[in-house]
Design a protein around this ligand. Structure first.
Ligand code: GUN
Ligand code: ZN
Length: 467
């Protein structure tokens, strides 16, 4: 049986470093042995290298760190074309920038093209698993799952349920939307590494009836995930209070219909009170903290101290396209900065934990991904601390693994990702192959840019503008 051995500095977490400093596992000159997409053994290079066969392939990443692949706990694959769009705030951004782009996903070719591009970008950023919102169109999730299946990516995804307060082309009907969700779950849930999520977009875009039907689906299928947004901005929270006057809080809107439970992943969770935090902790629902998006839209600063004290399960999300980068390193950096702005100094180990093992455990993947342990699936990222001159200079002065992680998180991005392994297979180079053969969307973008450039060039006096 062909086996792959990776030589590098091995770094992962035995437990949550928030509560145990000794949770960081660091093997400076390590070897990880992989067979059939799973980790067979880990340890010091010396003793393990002696046990290698002649037929084993050894990949030498000496000088790099080998970690569990990153997990993006909340993002939108259909919003890549809206990233970096200036807007007033969440509701203005949804109406003016986001919904018009999502309406294009009525075209299956658009869905397939965006799904492929998105998954290649995840791999380029060292992200091996993600919770992803599609659009209201069921086919957006079909396209995403099909592309993920072809790449062997572990993915949770769902079609958005939204039957009110959105443009007509994006509106579903309460029962029809939930019926489509049932069908998507039947087609895809549990197929290889794919899982379906009941996905009411946010409380404001679903009627009470649709939320109730979504809760019935969740009750009938406790194995499904639930993805949604929760308490992102003050304006949104006030609107939800008007729409659901009987609810105690925004969280209560979901709770009343049975959508708050283990396997529920709520993005943002900024404007909560102590009762909400305790309820999230008690139910083992996960808060997907999306600091880059929160900074971009001016939504508010997640309260890490209160969340940790309440015992909430935490993970990190890029939340593209409100988020500014698909890089989980950039997302950790934003989380650090947001926490710092509230007087909470987060350690690099905590942030890397939330992006790896912490997220895996919150999503029920204990024993499968998130750690470098035998029997785990070989979803891995190789980080290069010498990826840029500045990073190399800073990394050379680092005296501990934690200092190195801190430098990678503050100074790193996709350039620091040397390789990404999905189920033991190197997957980062797909992007360069794809880049040389420009995808449909990239070709379209280039065409638009060229046209725009032509228009911006000054027309010589007296000469007619060529069209
Ligand atoms: N709330 C409802 N929909 C969205 C979305 O697409 N992005 C963000 N950031 N918040 C939302
Ligand atoms: Zn989102």
């Amino acid at each position: 049986m062909a086996r792959t051995a990776i030589r590098a500095r091995l770094l992962d977490f035995a437990a949550d470093p928030t509560h145990a400093a000794s949770a960081v596992r660091d093997v400076e000159d390590g070897l990880l042995l992989i067979e059939n997409g799973r980790i067979l053994a880990r340890g010091d290079y010396g003793p393990l290298a002696g046990a290698l066969n002649e037929t084993d392939t050894v990949m030498d990443y000496t000088g790099c760190m080998l970690m569990p692949g990153f997990i993006d706990a909340h993002t939108h694959f259909a919003q890549l074309d809206v990233i970096a769009s200036a807007a007033g705030g969440l509701l203005d951004w949804l109406a003016r920038c986001t919904y018009p782009v999502e309406a294009r996903f009525a075209d299956f070719d658009v869905c397939r093209d965006a799904a492929g591009f998105f998954l290649d970008e995840l791999a380029a950023n060292g992200t091996t698993s993600a919770c992803v919102l599609g659009t209201v169109h069921a086919q957006s999730v079909d396209a995403l799952f099909a592309e993920a299946q072809a790449r062997g990516v572990r993915l949770v995804a769902g079609k958005c349920l939204m039957d009110r307060n959105c443009p007509e082309p994006l509106r579903d009907e309460a029962a029809a939307g939930v019926r489509e969700s049932w069908e998507l779950a039947r087609r895809w849930h549990g197929k290889g590494r794919l899982s379906y999520a009941v996905t009411p977009r946010f409380a404001a875009s679903s009627s009470e009836r649709q939320l109730r039907l979504a809760g019935e689906l969740a009750a009938a299928r406790p194995d499904l995930y639930v993805l949604s947004h929760l308490a992102e901005t003050e304006e949104e929270v006030a609107w939800v209070r008007e729409l659901f006057p009987r609810a105690r809080s925004y969280l209560d809107v979901y709770d009343t219909v049975g959508l708050v439970r283990e396997g529920s992943v709520f993005a943002h969770c900024i404007w909560l009170d102590a009762t909400d935090r305790l309820r999230l902790a008690q139910t083992r629902a996960t808060a997907a903290v999306c600091p880059s998006a929160n900074l971009f839209l001016g939504s508010g600063a997640f309260d890490f101290r209160a969340a940790i004290d309440a015992g909430m399960a935490l993970a990190l999300g890029t939340d593209i396209g409100a988020g500014q980068s698909l890089s989980m390193l950039a997302t950790m950096r934003a989380a650090h900065d947001v926490a710092r702005s509230r007087g909470v100094p987060l350690r690099a180990a905590q942030l890397f934990y939330w992006a790896t093992r912490g997220a895996a455990e919150a999503l029920g993947w204990h024993g499968r991904v998130g750690a470098l342990e035998s029997g785990y699936e070989a979803d891995l990222v190789v980080l290069d601390p010498a990826a840029t001159p500045l990073l190399a200079r800073r990394a050379a002065a680092a005296r501990s693994a934690e200092e190195l992680l801190f430098a990678l998180m503050i100074l790193g991005d996709d350039r620091a990702v040397r390789e990404t392994f999905i189920a033991g297979l190197p997957s980062k180079k797909r992007r360069s192959a794809a880049a040389s053969k420009l995808s449909d969307s990239a070709l379209r973008a280039r065409e638009i840019a060229q046209r725009f450039k032509g228009r911006m060039q000054p027309t010589p006096k007296g000469e007619a503008t060529k069209r």
